[in-house]
Write a new protein. Structure first.
Length: 396
């Protein structure tokens, strides 16, 4: 039986391990952390990613966690709508909704389906030999022999740096981000109005260099995220207070949600993107996927989705080949297909991210006017903007 070693137990790595196991591979997943409790808050699983999850048999389980219903869209800080659509419109167009869930929930679903003994935590990879597939685990005095190594070790991938030492690293995208999951029961705002999940529409509000997103989750919770165009490396003593300073005067229910947020649960990270695409997503027996291959800004909500696509395509393309003879062919096909798929998505997401950084009043007015004009053309026009991303299927 062919053996694959997956470096990293994030969403991309876990999906790859399951996809390869479904194809008959023996899999070992190496995670450097002591557990796979995920760092993060909410996660969007778009229709394209749900189809990828169908390949490994977990799509329907994720669909059950969908909480977005009714109208949503893009707003101004005073609450006016720039563009509106509905979850039902998107589901009718693409066959599936966008499912918002916690990153922990998805990781739990994926990890729970791994073959017994496949996951090894506290296993930091020291080196990977692309010619032989040997993986050296630090501190374990151990070398694993693999027919295939899947590097899913994230945006700061040590494997990517070793395989492409002269390639530019991911760069700061000009914005920092905050994320938090806020419970709805008992939330009150300045008007003392109690919020209920059905009164909180999914929305993203655009200001001058500022964004605030609200996404309902199952179980009476809301995923909140925000970005601000600031220099990299800045941190506040209390990040919730910083959010209140930036967004506390924006439309309801933003102030109420921030009031209800646990200060200790507010996460802040600078956003980076790999602006120069790699020449390939593989070298020898090693394949890169997810943030290790194509780090992108979150503006299209496709970072994890593209990692899941990568995983099922990789497993499919390498599995028909004899590891001793034809693996190189499968990896070359994977690399070519995924570079063609992900490069325009990375660029488009980056372009949208640049629009969110605008502060000049005239430029912002023109931007908002353009979005309002598109919104007036109807939800079908807005939905078509996502066709090239959301209409993907595993064999497309």
């Amino acid at each position: 039986m062919a053996h694959a070693v997956v470096v990293g137990a994030g969403i991309g790595g876990l999906t790859a391990a399951l996809a390869l196991a479904h194809k008959g591979w023996e899999v070992t997943v190496l995670e450097r952390a002591a557990s796979i409790e995920p760092v993060g808050a909410g996660l969007a699983v778009a229709p394209n990613a749900l189809r990828a999850l169908d390949v490994i048999g977990v799509g329907d389980e994720v669909r059950k966690l969908s909480a977005i219903q009714g109208r949503g869209g893009i707003r101004l800080p005073d609450g006016r709508w720039l563009a509106r659509t509905t979850a039902e419109d998107a589901a009718a167009r693409y066959g599936d909704p966008i499912v918002l869930l916690t990153r922990a929930a998805l990781v739990g679903i994926l990890a729970g389906r791994l073959p017994p003994g496949a996951l090894r935590v506290n296993s930091r990879v020291e080196s990977v030999d692309p010619a032989t597939g040997r993986v050296v685990v630090r501190g374990a005095a151990e070398t694993l022999e693999a027919d295939l190594v899947v590097a899913a070790d994230g945006i700061r991938s040590r494997t990517r740096s070793a395989l492409f030492p002269g390639h530019p690293a991911p760069v700061y995208a000009g914005v920092t981000s905050w994320r938090a999951i806020v419970p709805l029961p008992g939330v009150t705002g300045a008007s003392e109005t109690v919020l209920a999940s059905e009164t909180v529409p999914a929305s993203e509000t655009w200001g001058r260099g500022l964004i605030f997103g609200i996404m309902p989750l199952a179980g009476g919770q809301v995923y909140c995220y925000a970005t601000a165009a600031v220099p990299p490396g800045l941190r506040a003593a209390d990040e919730r207070d910083e959010l209140l300073r930036l967004f506390g005067r924006w439309h309801d229910p933003i102030p109420a949600l921030l009031d209800a947020a646990d200060p200790a649960a507010v996460l802040r990270h600078d956003i980076h993107s790999l602006d120069a695409p790699l020449p390939a997503f593989h070298v020898g027996r090693v394949a890169l996927l997810g943030d290790a291959a194509h780090p992108m800004t979150p503006n299209l909500g496709q970072g994890a989705c593209q990692a899941m696509e990568d995983a099922v395509v990789l497993a499919d393309r390498v599995s028909p080949h004899d590891p001793a003879a034809g693996l190189a062919t499968g990896l070359a096909v994977y690399s070519r297909e995924r570079l063609a798929r992900t490069t325009p998505i990375v660029r488009r997401s980056r372009s949208i991210g640049r629009l969110t950084r605008w502060r000049n009043p005239l430029a912002v007015a023109l931007r908002d006017g353009a979005m309002r004009a598109v919104g007036r053309l109807g939800p079908d026009v807005a939905s078509r903007q996502g066709d090239r991303v959301f209409a993907w299927s595993p064999r497309s």
